[in-house]
Ligand binder design. Structure first.
Ligand code: ADP
Ligand code: MG
Length: 334
């Protein structure tokens, strides 16, 4: 696949850049850290004059990421999400404002996408083991599939409580929690007065400001060539999320089983290889990248074209790059 350079979101920042470079205080520099959190690589980078302050800000970002992992990981028995999954099939469970808010946001994306995004996908998804190469046992599959429907997660805003209206319902926030974590980490930095930073968790990134006058370059990986990039995006003040079928998968009888499930079938969605969404916040771009992956290129891009301020780059199941309407005129081969 030929790499393409998109002149997306690239404002006339180069003039500003020279001025900023001249104004940069002598000690100021980029500070960065990378840690393994939420089963992925979390990276933060920011511009800060004082080294001690730089380290402190990076530590605050990582602490926020770890706090969110502890709350929403389905793999930790002690997480608030795991407690909910154990108790909500039996009745109302009072939850934190943060969990309630994430469930409400998930529900609104489910409504927007006609159920392509559905956190109850995990009623079936919990029985896949990608590392071990295991699919849900036939004996369980039918009943588990019937438990996929976001409407089985009842939300009571007056009492900030949740219950599941079917016993087999199981919720996993893997399609939205990393985006939420990145947004929260960026909020921490904005509250501290940082004006140039990037935070990413796996395929979800958010960028604040520019990179000393240059745009930040975010690559979209080539889904079928390890280490290669399919597209480079020069970005300013943007959230960007990529969902791909190459992250977690195994193959059986020539079929790729990966971690994005079509809630209608309980099987992996196979109409795309990768989907990248651009927008203002990672919570939304994360959920939409998973959604458009399930919807496939035609329905997915048609949906994105109805949403102002949101754009999509889809690599379809033939390896062809497709863009939402706002991006199409900006694409050009180098
Ligand atoms: P990642 O950054 O983990 O690759 P993605 O944004 O591509 O995440 O989303 C994939 C994750 O979303 C899966 O690991 C799973 O936790 C969750 N998921 C899978 N299918 C769906 C779906 N149809 N609706 C909501 N969440 C899903
Ligand atoms: Mg996603």
């Amino acid at each position: 696949m030929k790499p393409v350079c998109l002149a997306v979101y690239l404002a006339a920042c180069l003039v500003v850049s020279v001025l900023l470079l001249m104004a940069a205080p002598a000690g100021a520099q980029w500070r960065e850290d990378t840690q393994g959190i939420m089963g992925t690589r979390v990276h933060a980078e920011l511009w800060e004059e004082d080294p001690a302050r730089g380290s402190q800000l990076l530590a605050m970002v990582m602490a926020e990421m770890r706090r969110i992992e502890a709350a929403f990981s389905p793999y930790l028995e002690s997480s608030e999400l795991s407690v909910l999954n154990r108790k909500a099939p039996h009745g109302w469970v009072a939850v934190s404002g943060e969990l309630f808010d994430l469930l409400e946001k998930s529900r609104s994306v489910s409504e927007l996408t006609g159920g392509a995004f559905d956190v109850t996908y995990a009623s079936v998804g919990r029985y896949y083991d990608y590392r071990a190469g295991e699919r849900p046992p036939d004996a369980l599959f039918k009943q588990a599939l019937e438990a996929i429907d976001y409407r089985y997660v009842e939300l009571d805003p007056a009492h900030q409580r949740v219950r599941y209206t079917r016993p087999e319902v199981y919720v996993d926030l893997g399609g939205i929690a990393k985006g939420h974590a990145v947004d929260r980490a960026i909020e921490v930095l904005l509250d501290a007065g940082v004006s140039q930073a990037s935070v990413s968790a796996g395929g979800d990134s958010r960028i604040v400001g520019d990179r000393r006058g240059e745009p930040w370059n975010v690559g979209v990986r080539d889904p079928r060539r390890d280490g290669a990039m399919a597209v480079m995006l020069p970005l300013l003040d943007t959230a960007v999320s990529t969902s791909g079928d190459y992250e977690r998968y195994f193959e059986a009888d020539g079929i790729r089983y990966h971690h994005i499930l079509d809630p209608a079938t309980g099987d992996s969605a196979r109409n795309a290889w990768s989907v990248t969404i651009l927008g203002p916040e990672t919570t939304l771009t994360d959920a939409l990248s998973t959604s458009v992956f399930v919807l496939g290129p035609e329905k997915g891009i048609a949906l994105i074209d109805t949403l102002p301020g949101i754009d999509a780059i889809v690599i379809d199941a033939q390896g062809t790059l497709r863009y939402s309407a706002d991006l199409a005129p900006l694409t050009a081969s180098p």
